[in-house]
Design a protein around this ligand. Structure first.
Ligand SMILES: NC(=O)c1ccc[n+]([C@@H]2O[C@H](COP(=O)([O-])OP(=O)(O)OC[C@H]3O[C@@H](n4cnc5c(N)ncnc54)[C@H](OP(=O)(O)O)[C@@H]3O)[C@@H](O)[C@H]2O)c1
Length: 284
């Protein structure tokens, strides 16, 4: 039996991976720093583990063949945690980023690229079977970026409104991940995953407005204003990473792939689909 450990199980993508694995009857174990707050169905095994405390990982990895890995822990913890993961697992599916894709949105230097490259190297050098998922912008970023403003009033202030991206639904990232976890022909694959449409950020906000039946005013914010005002919702390195990426990407369509459909056989969900499913998050 292929027993699967999901690391990052309580997050945007990991929770979907657990849910889809559970739905297809796979043997899934969710790693959580705080199992009491994890809220999974009773049939899902949840074990306490912390990537920054490597000794907690061994019991979570015991009897596991396959690992789905999301890394948002501090970089200093990478070596010790990866050493344990590759010792136990036969197959690893890692959620990375499209750092090799020749589009300016993905080619700006930033610390996250280096971190992902380092983790990928450790996985690839381990001799284990691996699959790398390289999703572009998550549709779910809208929950952090725009939902607080939309719940509070009728104005959305945001930088680089003309920058296009191809936001991807977390369910589609998870669906590809689940295939790679459960099927035997994804070893060595690097899947660049995007949503089906290139949409400017202004078009994305307008889509949410239309889905929730509200009229929103969208105002361009300068990069300097963004560095001040967005600190309330994300740290400065993330703000700078995004500003650089949007600046470089403005003026050309987003990179769009057909990988979700090729791997899963299903039509990838649109941003409109995503906004419809999350409409309640944007209502006051
Ligand atoms: N957002 C985007 O547009 C985008 C695009 C491409 C790639 N990515 C990549 O996607 C990844 C983030 O995925 P996501 O949004 O699904 O993550 P997320 O929602 O931020 O969730 C992070 C998960 O990691 C867990 N975690 C954090 N620190 C941990 C630790 N020390 N030990 C064990 N677990 C820990 C969290 O668990 P707790 O419940 O314990 O906090 C949570 O389950 C990042 O690598 C990011 O670079 C994001």
């Amino acid at each position: 039996m292929n027993r699967i450990l999901v690391i990052g199980a309580t997050g945007t993508v990991g929770r979907e991976v657990v849910s889809q694995l559970h739905g297809r009857g796979a043997e899934v174990r969710a790693l959580a720093r705080n199992p009491d707050a994890a809220h999974f169905p009773a049939q899902v095994e949840v074990m306490r583990g912390d990537l920054t405390r490597p000794e907690t990982l061994d019991p979570c990895l015991d009897g596991i063949e396959t690992v789905f890995l999301v890394w948002t822990a501090p970089p200093a913890a990478v070596s010790a945690a990866l050493e344990r993961i590759v010792r136990h697992a036969r197959r690893i599916v890692f959620l990375s980023s499209p750092r090799k894709t020749p589009h300016p949105l993905f080619q700006q230097p930033n610390p996250l690229r280096e971190l992902h490259a380092r983790i990928e190297r450790l996985i690839e050098d381990s001799g284990r079977e691996w699959t790398i998922l390289r999703p572009g912008m998550f549709a779910a970023n809208a929950l952090t970026w725009w939902a607080p403003q939309i719940r509070a009033g009728d104005v959305v202030r945001w930088p680089y409104l003309a920058a296009p991206t191809a936001p991807i639904h977390e369910r589609d990232i998870a669906a590809v991940g689940v295939r790679a976890l459960c099927e035997d022909h994804h070893g060595g694959a690097e899947y660049v995953l995007t949503g089906p449409q290139s949409l400017t950020q202004a078009e994305q906000v307008a889509t949410i407005a239309s889905v929730i039946g509200r009229s929103l005013r969208i105002e361009e914010m300068s990069p300097d204003e963004s560095r001040r005002e967005l600190l309330a919702i994300m740290p400065m390195p993330a703000i700078n990473m995004l500003l650089n990426a949007w600046a470089a990407a403005t003026g050309q369509p987003a990179w769009v792939t057909s990988t979700v459909a090729e791997v899963t056989g299903a039509r990838p969900r649109t941003f409109h689909d995503w906004a419809t499913g999350h409409a309640a998050d944007f209502r006051a």
